[in-house]
Write a new protein. Sequence first.
Length: 318
Amino acid sequence: MAFKGITVNTAPEESAHIYAQDDAAIYQSIFGGDGVLNTGNKFKATVLSNNSIRVSDGLMCIGGHIGRTEYGSYNDLTIQNGAAGYNRNDIIYARFITNGNIDTYALAVKKGTAAAGVAVDPVMIQGNLYEGEASREYPLWRGRLGGVSITKVEQMFRIIPTIPDLEAQYDALNEGLGGKTIAEAIRDLNTDLAAANTALQSKAPSDHNHDSRYYTESEVNNLLGSLGPFDPRTSKIVIDSGYMILEKGSRLAYKTVIFEKNIHQFMPFLIYNDSCFNCPVDLTSSINGKTVQVNLVSQDPAQAAYGYNIWYLATIDK
């Protein structure tokens, strides 16, 4: 079929020209993929018995096709009996099937294979509906069975944020970066790191070879992402640095970092030292409320005295 207009008026005597796949293409381009929209109870799962899980109301998108369970309604899905001594993963999923003219869209359970050891998930059909494939399945919940009992129900879907959600995330990220854009923050961070690197190089022996590179924009973006999910309405990102000294004859150093609010994630991600640029170290941290203890262990056999400049990322309460 050639190009056609969607949001256009046509003569009353003409046949219908807007189909479900047209709307699905629009929604797919907006949402960017499958997921559950951030409204209602988001298909909350409740275990009723070892043979039944109730899935509450929600709104979802599969390949751009929208499905809904009305508020106050629910779907009770049957889990087949487990077997003593065996583990199994059953998947509660949404299934969209089309024959080109008629579509079906429903919730169902896909039974996994029982295993004496670690159970694996059954395979989901991932047909590309936009390209004309006939079936696509999207997992919502994983029901883990240990013996005859449902031991855990785990979320498998992503939440598609609303526009206000995205605005809140953007505002929180900018606030965590001191009002700068991400590009500005990374630019200033690279400038600081370059200056620190130049200063540290001047302290090294003239015949010392080392890697003088500092973090690129993409590497810092990856490190920001590795902090994991956080709620931008209640948390913010902090980028800072600290200095640790490894005393002469010691291979251990400790530093306490105190924040004004509770910490959710903390990750040291860059080390410079003022004597040996390639000396191997291990760096760990432990969080306790507003306090982080950073532990540095040197692998240098000479156990010389070094000073380390450590950069870190953290998410803390606003």
